[in-house]
Design a protein around this ligand. Sequence first.
Ligand code: G6P
Ligand code: MN
Length: 464
Amino acid sequence: NFSVAIAGGGSTYTPDMLEMLCLVREDFPLRKVVLYDIDADRQEHIGKFGEILFREYYPEAEFSYTTDPQKAFEDIDFVLVQIRAGGLKMRELDEKIPLKYGVIGQETCGPGGFAYGMRSVPAMIELVKTIRRYSPEAWILNYSNPAAIVAEATKRVFPDDYRLINICDMPISIMDIFCPLAGGRKRTDVEPRYYGLNHFGWFTHMYDKKTGEDVLPEMLEKLKTGDCDRELGYSGKNDDYWNFTFRHLEKMVQDFPHSLPNTYMQYYLYPDTMVKHSDPNYTRANTVIDGRERRVKEYCDGVASLNQIRGTQYDLDLKYSRGSHLDADGSFASATVAHNDAHATYIVELAMSIAYNQNDIFLIITENKGIVPNLSEGMMLEVACRVGINGAEPLRIQEAGAFEKGLLEGQYAYEKLTVDAALEGSYQKALMALTVSRTVGDAELARTLLDEYIAANGEYFPKL
Ligand code: G6P
Ligand code: MN
């Protein structure tokens, strides 16, 4: 039986992860689950809830939470990493500083991603070193942001560590949402081909697993015609962000109809509309702080025994009684649509593909060594890989078109310079990074943003 540690245990994503581990206890049996966080108070809310959940639903697995890295990482097979350096407090500033100047204010795209990257790179490097001290062979499944910049940094600092895998849930979420446009298929009915940088890429094909037919053109055709909400059973009418994102995805497919872009491309292709649609005084960070953060904490604090779990999302007896949670193909696609746990689903599927050497296809961030031959060697590409006991094996992709290549090389220059700045402590590289980012573009503006970020981040930033 396997052992799992979750770094960033205090995250409000953790309860869904714990739920998922409980749900798959027969297919992926665990002997131990440990939460680890540097913030003991924050983690305690989640940890206490986890204790009750595991006592009731998973007594054969030992559950604990700790701030001691040795206790967390010794004797561990999988470490799931979801840290947020600087917390949501700093995310809020990442987003609000550029919006003051009419520039994209987003967690990972544009200047916000730069600032977050400057904090994440040192934090992530330190964490990986710590994990490796206690578990040299554990699989580290990392989905900390900004994933593109984090992956560029880990590639440089841990070049041979193939058990360190960087991933993101966004492409998979896009598949979950939009694959039904292809004759009602689920994402697990198809095998994707996708390439790009993290939060900056395109689906090029979507092959039906049984027939081999590429169903992406059918999906694109429907997106082009505009209103897919009904066909998708989409009823998120109150979710302003997703309503807007749906319309933008349709627009992107109308403007550039040969591929299906990652939804994050809207920040790079239509920055003006994105900025106009943003409230500089109330950003996504505020929505999360006032929404998910509060809700999950209050929920966890309110659970003192199984009684309080009954009838809620974490009432696993209800879920068990529906029979196997696994679909016929061994995935959980249909079991998890009820709530926002794509992260949890995807990460557990990935861990199982490694543990049982299933060599299933996942979209992984990995070094371009000829995968897309006309893009920079060393570019950290997000691409379809088969993943098993020996790590991720990328599938080859056709050459990038001039449009994509131009966008990608510019974005990669920005990401590389950001990592240079973080590792070398270089103000000059930081200034170049922000200047080359298409979301900024102006060197004076880049300097203004950089100086504000340095002042706001204090000790969180490397000394520049
Ligand atoms: C998607 C992205 C993640 C990101 C998350 C933000 O899942 O792939 O990289 O962290 O969205 O979600 P939030 O609800 O915190 O804005
Ligand atoms: Mn992501």
